[in-house]
Ligand binder design. Sequence first.
Ligand SMILES: [Zn+2]
Length: 209
Amino acid sequence: MTDTVDPLLPLSFLEAVRNVDTPVEDFEAELVSDLRNKRLGLSDTIYNQIKRFSDAVKRGQRTSFEEATGIARLLGRRPDAEAVFRAAGRHLAGESYRTINGVTRRVMLLLPSLLARPIALGSTRRLARRYLNARISRVGAMVYLEVPRSVTIDAASRSTGCTYYEAGLKELLRLMVNSGGAVEHVRCAARGEGACQWRAEWKPSSSME
Ligand SMILES: [Zn+2]
């Protein structure tokens, strides 16, 4: 399982590059034809790769771990690597959340939290396992995400690549339990601490509980 990743993972890297490199203002849009070949995110290579991984998603075909780390290294060389990794993490969280069926999503929103939370925890666990090759565990009011083999750990200097998982967990918790709390990187493979691990509060930000 750890030799492969879900195709949504490399797809999130590519979608983030495309989004970050897409001009936001008219002035930029006028310049973009000149920039098209200079901006990786708008190149035909990225477009073709996005199409290829999207097809793999439709076919339910997993991607090799090495291919995903190769794309992560391309992102890691950019001066804005951290912003792109964070955008990618949020993208993956959003896309994986959308794979939960609509009834379950509504149930999680409508049920009292006492009943909704175990369902949300189970779903978060399944999504983390499938899309991030990661383990979720809850200890009291805290939830932990552990990544035994990180795709992004060697992609950039120090722990820059780790921001991918950090942003992914933060967004997933926001979607699942409306949590707006901080995510803390408590252990890091880049610091020689074995696996990478993050900790966050498992509760809604505006909770009355
Ligand atoms: Zn780390």
